[in-house]
Each structure stands twice: as structure tokens, then as C-alpha cells.
Design a protein around this ligand. Sequence first.
Ligand code: ATP
Length: 316
Amino acid sequence: MTDLTYLPDRTALEAAGLGVEHRRGWALRDCSFRIPAGRICALVGPNGAGKSTLLSLAAGLRRPTTGALHVFGGARPSDRAARPRIGYVAQDKPLYPHLTVGETLRVGEELNPATWDWATAERIVAAGDLPPAARIGSLSGGQRTRVALALALGKRPELLLLDEPLSDLDPLVRHEMTAELMSAAAEHATTVVMASHVLAELDGVCDYLLLVADGRIRLAGEVEDLLSVHSLVMGRHEAEGLPREFTGHTVVESRVTGRQITALLRTDGPVAGEWEVAEPSLEELLLAHLRSPDAPPLLTPGAEPRMNVPAPKEAV
Ligand SMILES: Nc1ncnc2c1ncn2[C@@H]1O[C@H](COP(=O)(O)OP(=O)(O)OP(=O)(O)O)[C@@H](O)[C@H]1O
């Protein structure tokens, strides 16, 4: 293990005033956030929230309409020097169907001569019992995903962008791939940004979170910090409306079942009264925010961008 793991002062990905307009409207609007190097960041949000758009910008495949997105503390993702340092696995995992598994890995080596890690790429492919002579076109969806992840991790990128990488993998392979991602982050300080809808599987894997809804950042920061400022509060529901003890806290979501009220509060100090109070799990935090898109956004101090925000309408 190197001493590069967890680098709070180094920035892997940073956006300020970022917006992307498609023909049908804005996919991302006024997004500002920062992801420090060495983190495993979950990128979560409803269908159509803008996750894939954000990842394709970070991969340098498109330009913002407004604002800026920088990698590695100041470079544009499309810069010649930045591109080899970024790995990207798109949602549809494009590979050449007529190539074999072995040929695909050799292309990986040719494209990334300086960093290619044969041991990692071969280990991932071999763990799936994929013969090097098998054609990509003859593989199942999950097997193709394994090859795409072997290519991406074999490149040894500093920033690895994964668009729903686990969705077509069986539970054992998900475990195995999650372990590969965690070990890349721990041993090589790889920053992983992973779009996912599988909330239960993010807990314990991701230490950083970006929640996007309707093209805007709703939550950003260290998972630990975000959890610690929220409380799951349960108790008797005595009267109409919200209990007066909730005043002074931000109510993200509240639900009444019979005479019981359960609420997720963004707390500013202890909640007065007779309440059962617990820290939410990551899944509970995410579900409450996904159900309450109007809750005020929250960026922890470490997630505030450090770059200058460009003037409105200016894309950098
Ligand atoms: N090439 C495009 N042309 C026009 N609109 C687009 C294009 N790509 C994405 N959009 C729109 O931008 C918005 C964000 O799409 P995006 O694919 O980034 O969402 P997502 O969060 O990745 O969704 P999902 O979870 O369903 O994959 C959507 O409203 C989508 O219809």
C-alpha cells in the first residue's frame, strides 16, 4: 500500500456553475461540488437526473454549456495530459464484438503503454473463467461488463468513472468487483465516481456522495459528515402538522403511520422532547432525499469547490 490513500487536499473532480443544455432542455444546471482524490464516490439520482451527462463531461466527451468542470485540480478533462489519467466505463459498456478477450486486453495495453497493469486485467478476466480466445460478441452482458471493468482497472487511471457498473452482474461478481474498486482506491489512491441505483450496496463501499436530482446537486460530501448532520426521529404523533420540537431543524421528510411519526431531520443540535433518535443509514438518507426533491441542498465544507466560479453563461 502506498501513502497516497485519501488525499483531502488534492482535488480529483470539481465543478462550478456547471450546466449542460440539450435540445430538449437542461440536463444539468448550476452544479458546484468538489470530490477530493482517493475517494469512492457514489453518484446517485433518479432516472434522467443527469448522472450520465455528468460522467461524460468528466470523461471529456462533451463540453459544458455554462460553468466549468476540472479534473486533478485545474485541468480540463479533454486536455491531452488529463485523458490518459481518466478511465470511463459508459452505461452500455462499448467493446469491439469481433475481438477476442485477449485481443481486447492487448488493445488496452497499446492504448495505455505507460500505465497498463497486465496482472490486474488478467486477474479480473480469469476470475470470470473467460477464455482469452472467446469473442466479445459471444459473451453474456455480465461477462462483457467484467471485460470492460478489466480494461478500465488495467489502465490504472487516477480517476475512474463508472456508469452503473454493477447493474448486470450477479451478486457474487458484484462483491468481487466492489472489492477490486476498494482495493484500487486503497492501494493506488484511485478516485472512483460510480453512478448507481443499488442503494443498499453503496453503504460501506462509498465514502463520498453526490446526489443529483433534476440536474441539480442536492447533497455532496463525505458520507460520514452527511450522515452525522441528519437524524432519524420517531415518536408519537399527537397533533395535526409537524411537532413543534422539530422547529429550528430542517425537516427533509416526515411520514405518519397511525399514531407514529417518523421524520428525517437535518439537525442543528439535539431534538427536544421524548423521541427515539438514531443516525440514518446511507440508504435511509438517500431514500428520504429522493422522495423529497424540494429539501434544501447541502454541501459539506470539503465538497465546496475551490476553483473560481466563471461568469454566468461562460463555459470553460
Ligand atoms: N443526447 C441527448 N439529447 C437530448 N437530451 C438528452 C441527451 N442525453 C441526455 N438527455 C437528457 O438529459 C437528461 C439527463 O439524462 P442522463 O442520461 O444524464 O440521466 P441519468 O441520471 O444518467 O439517468 P438514468 O438513471 O436513467 O441513466 C434527461 O432528461 C435526458 O432525457
